[in-house]
Structure formats: C-alpha cells, structure tokens
Design a protein around this ligand. Structure first.
Ligand code: HXC
Length: 510
C-alpha cells in the first residue's frame, strides 16, 4: 500500500517538473516564472487544486510517441482569490513551448466548461508558441473549440487573459475574445504572424517587441488593457481586478468593507475646475476623491487618454467610472476614446456594475483623419453602449457638455438615472466662440459686437441652468459634496429594475 501511495507522489513530482530543470532554469533566466509558480502567486495560498496533471498527448507523428510529458504543456484547475472561486489555466512554456495539442486543448476546454457551469471567472496565463506543429489539424480543431467556449461564456462569467511570454498564431484569438488582456513588459508579445512571416509577406523588418510588445498593444492597437513590469506584479494586479468583479452575470456585485465615510465633504473639489474654461484639470483627481480610499483600477490607461475608464468602489460596492479627461486633447471624443469607453460600459452592463460618468467634453474631434477613420460608427458605439445599458447610471457634468457629445455621455435622454451638474457646467450645442461666429456671421468683422454677442451667449447658455430648467439635469450640486451625492444616488438605485425588449442580440455598429 505504501508503495502505491509513493507512486502517486513520484508521478506528481515528475509532472511538476514539466519540461525539466534545464528548461525551468532557462525560463527563470528570462525573468519569467514557470506556469505553476505563476498560479501559486495568483491564487490564495494553498487553494490550488490541479486537474488533468497526468494527461499526455496522443500524437505519433515525427517520433512524438517517444516524448510525452505529463500535463502536456498546460496546468489547469481552480482555486480562490481572496476567498472567491476562480478557474485557471497556465501555459507551460517548458513543455513543447506551451504549444497547443489536441489533449492540451481538451484540458483548457474542461476548465472552461466547469467555469461556465459553476459560474466563476476564468483566468488564462499565456506563454506559448501557438499550435503544436507536430499535430497539425488536431491542434486547429482544439483551438476552435476553445474559441467557441470563449464566446458562449462571454457576458456570463468574467474571462481574463494575462500574456506572460510569446502568444502567437492560434494563441491570440482566445485572449482577444476575453474581457481583459494584460501583458508583462519586455517578456511578452502577441501577434498573429511573427517577424519572419511579416518579412516574407510585406518585406517589413520588425522585432517581436516592435510588432507585438506590451507598449504596442497598450498604446497603439489597444489590444491590451494594461502592462506590468514583471510576472509577480501582473498577477497581483489581476488579483486586484478580480476583487472588483462579480462571479457571473447573475451574481451580486462584490461588496467589501468601506473605511471612508461618504458624509465628509471635500472642499478641494470646489476649486478643481479652473476659472478659465480653456484651462485643463485632471479628472482623475475627481475620481480618486470620489472612490473609497482612493482605490481605482484603471483600464487602458495608456490608450485614448482623453477618456478615463476603470473600476472603483463606493460604500464598498464596485462601480465602473467613465470620465472625459480635459488634460488630454481637452477631453474630446474621438474614435479611439469612443471605442475604449463603449467596450468598458458594455462590460459593466454585462456584469451589473453601475456606471458613473463624469462629463467635460467639448464635442467630437473634427477632421478628415477622424471622419475617414469612421468616427460616426465609433462614436455611435459609445452612444449605443450607454443607451442599451440597464445598470444604474449616474452622470455628473463638471464643465463642458457640448453638442452630440452631451447626448452621448450618459445623458438623461439615454436613460441616465440621476444626472447631476456642478455649477460650473456648460451645457450647450457648442462653445460660445463657434456659436457666435455662425449665428452672427454678419458681425464677424466687428470685434466689439462679437464680444457683446459672446457675452450674451455665455450668460444665457454656458451654465447648467437651461438644462436644469428642462429637467435634463436632476440637480445642480456643490462639488465638495460629490462623493456623498453619488453614494446616495447609487444607494437609491440598488433595486433598479429595467429590461430592454427581447431580442436575439443587438446589432451594435461594429
Ligand atoms: C511544437 C514548439 C512550438 C510549436 C515552440 N516549440 N513552439 N513545439 N510546436 N508551435 C518548442 C521548441 O521546439 C523548443 O523545444 C521549445 O518549444 C522552446 O522553443 P524555442 O524556439 O527554443 O524558444 P524561443 O527561442 O523562446 O522561441 C519561442 C517561439 C518559437 C517564438 C514561440 O518557438 C516559435 O516561433 N515557435 C513556433 C511558433 C509558430 O509558428 N507556431 C505555430 C503558429 S500557427 P525544445 O525541445 O528545444 O525545448 C498557429 C495556427 C493556429 O498557431 C491557428 C488557429 C486559429
């Protein structure tokens, strides 16, 4: 009996060694952790339960029957993050470069199915060389079955991908269909086809980093939602994100203890908006002073910085924040900002996370680059996302809310539940200068008259009161009481019950 028990330990030990000590050392030398080390960092201590540790590939081509490694290049199972169940899979680069075989895919499918059935988030850690080249079509089939599961789970359970090494070919599409992708700087890259194929097909010479490194995907392509300096930092930050998310679309939004009273006022907010309407200020200051304990998890911090998206908590409950950023392009809405915020709002709506929107927007960005790039369609995405969202929506206009951008940014007309404005708000079709130059064109050469018209326009329209007179603004509030007022609004909306008409799915302008 003792020997039988011992046999299990020996087999487990062998499986834990993956592709062997030399490959583990090589992994460490590159500054990367192994798959199991990553899982240990990510999950609560001692909570990991591994599945399919002894699964091996079934390939017999190219002499593969002689090289079988228990686990077959992916470590799968479940554990907890701060006590809440999550499913995980981590590609093991030390085993055939983490490449995906038929059995490797089956292991991932098993945890995907379990995560969906048990309504818990699933997190994939990527470090892999794509399809197992020796297997061919069996690997392709495996990928597609993983993709299918990603799609079925989308909007039902949170799915998160962390890219911690190569992620190429077939490996890129599963992360692309998950809710969030994070990368590790300098050691990870993602592309459909690598530098060699690029050189052959387009004659471009690029490095892997230039083609698909973390800086490319967080600043240019917007594929990644964030990047961190090393494996440990990335994994700890994803734990932080998981804490904000519900287990599924039918689970309650997480609520933790809140140590900061919402009753206290913050007088510094009364001077946040500068006297000069063209001077920028940092909207993140308002976010940090609104959320509990200044704890804000920003999504896509380095992309389309003219809009800020991320998670915080108010009175211990998760909230999604969307805010125009006057510090960047005056907070204008362009195609990138619209797409970024639309996706974020839709995520929040999928998972019943209330959305708080801070508005200071001079309009949509004019120009051929934007129009040729499809600004109409991208802007419509954000409009669509806010309009279809049935979660509690609280909006605060701090300064400018001009033109179509006023409508788009969770206005009352798009079923905003509670719409506040600061006294500094300016809700109008456009800024005074543009308006006066159009409606008083005949006086354009008379600076005195133009100044007179501008003053009149500013006095009449550049305030929150015209909108408030019509009920488009529920209340004009003092900046110092913002946190308290938003907390009260969210409390009021806790039992909000709103459903859209039945449909198979909508047809958001993609
Ligand atoms: C089998 C693979 C492999 C693969 C790597 N290995 N990729 N084995 N299938 N796809 C093995 C290597 O043979 C090597 O084994 C070990 O993993 C480490 O690989 P190295 O090349 O030594 O590592 P490195 O120099 O770091 O390069 C990593 C890499 C490179 C950039 C990922 O290995 C690479 O380019 N691999 C092939 C990528 C690729 O073309 N994949 C197929 C994509 S097509 P040993 O025994 O020496 O340790 C695809 C289609 C699917 O995925 C489409 C579905 C939609």
């Amino acid at each position: 009996m003792k020997e039988i028990l011992h046999e299990l330990e020996v087999r487990r030990e062998r499986a834990r060694m993956g592709g062997g000590q030399a490959r583990i050392d090589a992994q460490h030398k590159r500054g990367k952790l192994t798959a199991r080390e990553r899982i240990d960092v990510f999950l609560d201590e001692g909570s990991f339960e591994e599945f399919d540790m002894f699964v091996e590939h079934r390939s017999t081509d190219f002499g593969m029957e002689k090289t079988k490694i228990a686990g077959d290049g992916v470590v799968t199972g479940w554990g907890t993050v701060n006590g809440r169940t999550v499913f995980v899979f981590a590609k093991d680069f030390t085993v055939f470069g983490g490449s995906l075989s038929e059995t490797h895919a089956q292991k991932i499918m098993k945890v995907q199915d379990m995560a969906l059935k048990n309504r818990a988030p699933i997190i994939g850690l990527y470090d892999a060389g794509g399809a197992r080249i020796q297997e061919g079509v069996a690997a392709l089939g495996g990928y597609a079955e993983v993709f299918q599961r990603n799609v079925l789970a989308s909007g039902v359970i949170p799915q998160i991908s962390v890219i911690m090494g190569p992620c190429a070919g077939g490996d890129v599409y599963s992360p692309a269909m998950t809710d969030f992708i994070f990368m590790v700087r300098d050691t990870s890259y993602m592309f459909v086809t690598g530098p060699d194929v690029v050189k052959t097909v387009t004659n471009e010479t690029v490095t892997a980093e230039e083609l698909g490194g973390a800086s490319v995907h967080t600043t240019k392509s917007s594929i990644a939602d964030g990047a961190y300096d090393n494996d440990v930092d990335a994994l700890l930050q994803v734990r932080r994100l998981v804490d904000f998310l519900p287990q599924s679309n039918t689970s309650p939004v997480p609520e933790i203890e809140c140590f900061q009273s919402v009753e206290a006022v913050d007088a510094s907010l009364d001077t946040l908006v500068p006297a000069n309407a063209n001077k920028p200020y940092d909207i993140k200051e308002l976010i940090l002073k609104t959320v509990d304990e200044g704890d804000f998890f920003e999504i896509q911090e380095s992309f389309a910085r003219n809009i800020v998206c991320g998670f915080g908590r108010i009175e211990g409950t998760s909230v999604g924040f969307v805010a125009n950023q006057p510090m960047v392009l005056a907070g204008v809405l362009d195609s990138d900002a619209s797409r970024k915020a639309a996706r974020f709002v839709r995520f929040c709506d999928c998972f019943n996370i209330p959305v708080v929107t801070f508005v200071d927007v001079p309009g949509f960005l004019p120009g051929t680059a934007q129009e040729y790039g499809g600004l109409i369609k991208h802007g419509a995405k954000l409009l669509f996302a806010f309009a279809e969202a049935t979660v509690p929506k609280v909006t605060l206009i701090t300064r400018k809310a001009y033109g179509g951008a006023y409508d788009v940014m969770a206005s009352k007309h798009l079923r905003g539940d509670i719409n506040y404005a600061w006294p500094t708000a300016q809700i109008a079709v456009m800024g005074a200068k543009g308006a006066v130059e159009i409606i008083f064109r005949k006086d354009i050469d008379n600076p005195e008259k133009i100044a007179e018209h501008t003053k009149m326009y500013e006095d009449r329209f550049l305030s929150p009161f015209v909108a408030a007179e019509r009920g488009y603004i529920d209340e004009v509030i003092m900046p110092h009481s913002t946190r308290k007022r938003i907390a009260r609004a969210l409390r009021l909306l806790r039992n909000k019950d709103l459903e859209n008409p039945w449909k198979k799915h909508d047809n958001i302008p993609l």
